[in-house]
Design a protein around this ligand. Structure first.
Ligand SMILES: Nc1ncnc2c1ncn2[C@@H]1O[C@H](COP(=O)(O)OP(=O)(O)OP(=O)(O)O)[C@@H](O)[C@H]1O
Length: 256
């Protein structure tokens, strides 16, 4: 699914949070959204997920404005995992993942073999088999994150939007998640703080600063030492060997 954003501006409580956002995201692309704290990443993802309805007409999925796609169709096509996703009720991992099938079901009793398969695949992909009967309140931060991502995968969306999905994950699960994302035949937009994960797993990066896109393109055009210093005020050493990026950074000036 292609996604276009045209002239998107978002003002929240009189503050311009996003300005002049124009982007074309290709079908099947993995797009990493980068930027310092408060630069507008989550707000942009919320707009893409249709959660700020007054701006939905600035976003098109395969050429159709988001406000012209019914909520049910949107839920079939798009899955969003916010930064701090919660769960209502005392549900188990399996019950939460099954919720991902809600947009695809007809009525209360329409649970099918394909629903079952999607849930089992998602549980398997997020390595949650041993935890499937564990209650949400009994999960660690990383386990909760994997559970929410499994719910999104069970939805079998054409667009997956992830807001800092790796922030509670240990390094093994971070790499596994990013590898899994690269294998999904869908468009993925993922906000990340880890520049090495972004550079090594995303086809394309969009760098935000103060609500504006200051760079967009393949990782080696966006994550240059100058851009990194401009965005985060750190000195970076960007190395690439055998197609693998290794970015190191240090404070521009040592703290006295
Ligand atoms: N509901 C709101 N009302 C007013 N200001 C808001 C609201 N939500 C977010 N903001 C402000 O908008 C700016 C962008 O916030 P956003 O959460 O999109 O940034 P972010 O890039 O995701 O940050 P982080 O990396 O810290 O998660 C911030 O300055 C934030 O304080």
């Amino acid at each position: 699914m292609t996604i276009s954003l045209r002239e998107l501006q978002v003002t929240l409580q009189s503050r311009k949070v996003l300005q002049d956002i124009n982007l074309e995201l290709g079908s099947g692309e993995i797009v990493g959204l980068l930027g310092p704290n408060g630069s507008g990443k989550s707000t942009l993802l919320r707009c893409l997920a249709g959660l700020i309805p007054r701006h939905a007409h600035h976003i098109q999925f395969d050429g159709t404005p988001l406000n012209k796609i019914s909520v049910r169709d949107r839920a079939k096509q798009l899955a969003f995992v916010p930064q701090h996703a919660g769960v209502d009720g005392d549900l188990s991992v399996e019950q939460i993942v099954r919720l991902g099938r809600t947009p695809h079901r007809r009525g209360l009793f329409g649970w099918s073999e394909s629903d079952n398969q999607a849930v089992e695949n998602a549980i398997h992909q997020m390595k949650l088999s041993a935890l499937r009967h564990r209650l949400w309140r009994q999960l660690s931060g990383g386990e909760r994150q994997r559970c929410q991502i499994a719910r999104a995968l069970a939805q079998q969306p054409r667009v997956l939007i992830l807001d800092e999905p790796t922030n509670h994950l240990d390094i093994e699960h971070q790499l596994e998640l990013m590898t899994l994302i690269t294998r999904l035949p869908i468009t993925v937009v993922v906000a990340l703080h880890d520049l090495n994960l972004a550079a090594n797993y995303c086809h394309r990066l969009v760098l935000l600063k103060s609500g504006k896109v200051i760079a967009s393109g393949p990782p080696d055009t966006v994550l240059t030492p100058n851009m990194i210093e401009n965005a985060w005020h750190v000195q970076a050493n960007v190395m690439k060997q055998d197609e693998t990026f290794n970015i190191r950074y240090a404070m521009r000036q040592p703290i006295a």
